[in-house]
Design a binder for this molecule. Structure first.
Ligand SMILES: Nc1nc2c(ncn2[C@@H]2O[C@H](COP(=O)(O)OP(=O)(O)O)[C@@H](O)[C@H]2O)c(=O)[nH]1
Ligand SMILES: [Mg+2]
Ligand SMILES: [Zn+2]
Ligand SMILES: [Zn+2]
Length: 392
């Protein structure tokens, strides 16, 4: 237990449980400048915060060496952020959502969290609960309000290097309930999940200490989002149609290579071995595909089959659909890169919004018709890969 390690869900640094520090909770105790906390959040000069108590044990409660009051506020020794109360008890999970700029990450995270709280929670007997107040506020003001209240698109995410606000992830506990032999509806597993809204240009393999890179190589699963409107072949086909095209950024095949490079380098995985982290490769914005393909021959546009269990047949049919599309779109390089670097990968197709904002005739920034489709599929696949949900 003493040497057991954990990964901080905020800064993604690995530490030992016994290295956890405590922050005094007594409002009348002394304060001191907190360099680590302020540095992580980019606050200058350093904020004065309550006294920090160091320990060398895995206790959950500690007496303050200044005021003698008990504290239960355990903090990460690296970024000094308060840790979830479950830290060290269950496995910590970071699922990394990555993709090129404008591939749809922010909108995806916004809709996925809502989906997990509502439909998935009901179907799979799970509860998604924010771990801290900052997560609640951030989700509401930077994500939920735009899409679900105002029906507007979310403003562009700034790079984590230039904007410290995006450096702190939103952290949730996902409680998975189920029936055991003796008890109905008991909590079977709790996983801590961090959602970190990265900017695609942060994927730089040379910057090993960056939060974005730690987020990737310490993750237990990756959701790689690919914008079909950034695939050369599709762009050419839709050019004639009345569809607003985003700028073209990094090629998806190139992103896979970079991600694999970051993981290999930091987890010391030799080139002759494949990476074990499962990677879900998902095409976003499939609401635009009816313009370029005959939708009736694809299962992609039927409702998701994962209802209370992971439906393997449904997942296989989507995997095949995407493979077929990739072949048509000259996606050989992407397929090759995936196969040569990853042991476990799956293909998915989804749309967070269900309609294309900014098409001629719609008001700028407005979502014409909000209709999320198959948004949770890649996430459920990752849960299934870790045997956290049932498969049929
Ligand atoms: N058609 C369509 N467009 C989307 C969807 N999700 C996002 N977009 C568009 O893609 C743009 C970039 O999305 P965003 O989530 O900001 O990308 P990020 O840079 O990866 O975070 C948005 O402004 C939307 O106009 C979707 O589900 N369908
Ligand atoms: Mg973004
Ligand atoms: Zn104290
Ligand atoms: Zn930390």
């Amino acid at each position: 237990m003493r040497n057991k390690k954990f990964i901080c869900p905020y800064c993604f640094t690995e530490s030992k449980l016994k290295e956890i520090e405590f922050r005094c909770q007594n409002p009348s105790c002394i304060t001191e400048p907190d360099e680590k906390y302020s540095e992580f959040r980019g606050i200058r000069p350093a904020l004065r915060m309550r006294h920090i108590i160091k320990t060398n044990s895995t206790k959950k409660k500690l007496k303050c060496d200044q005021c003698n009051e008990d504290s239960t506020d355990r903090i990460c020794p690296h970024c000094h952020t308060s840790l979830p109360y479950t830290i060290g008890e269950f496995e910590d999970f970071t699922f990394a959502v990555i993709g090129a700029k404008a591939s749809g990450k922010s909108h995806y995270i916004a809709v996925l969290i809502n989906e997990l709280k509502k439909n998935i929670g009901r179907l799979f007997k799970t509860d998604l609960q924010a771990v801290d107040d900052e997560t609640v506020t951030k989700y509401k003001t930077s994500f939920y309000n735009y899409i679900f209240e105002k029906q507007e698109t979310i403003p562009e995410t700034k790079s984590a290097r230039s904007n410290r606000d995006v450096k702190t992830p939103m952290v949730y506990n996902l409680k998975i309930r189920g029936n055991s032999l003796f008890k109905k509806d008991k909590i079977k597993d709790v996983v801590t999940i961090s959602f970190f809204d990265t900017a695609g240009e942060d994927l730089d393999s040379k910057n090993n200490m960056s939060t974005t890179n730690k987020y990737i190589y310490h993750s237990k699963g990756i959701i790689l989002l690919i914008d079909p409107l950034q695939v050369g072949e599709i762009r050419n086909e839709v050019k004639s149609k009345e569809i607003k095209l985003p700028e073209q950024f990094t090629e998806p095949a190139e992103i896979i290579t970079r991600v694999a490079g970051i993981i290999r380098e930091n987890n010391s995985i030799p080139m002759n071995k494949k990476i074990d982290i499962p990677i879900a490769v998902a095409f976003t914005k499939i609401d635009v595909l009816p313009e370029v393909i005959d939708t009736s021959s694809y299962n992609l546009f039927t409702p998701s089959g994962h209802k209370g269990f992971f439906d393997k047949k449904d997942a296989d049919s989507i995997h095949t659909d995407i493979e077929l599309l990739l072949n048509g779109w000259n996606g050989i390089e992407l397929l090759n890169n995936l196969q040569s670097d990853f042991n476990h990968y799956g293909f998915f197709g989804l749309t967070a919004l269900g309609s294309n904002p900014g098409n001629p005739g719609t008001e700028i920034g407005k979502i014409p018709k909000l209709r999320p489709h198959r948004v949770a599929d890649p996430f459920l696949w990752l849960l299934k890969e870790h045997r956290l949900i049932k498969t049929k």
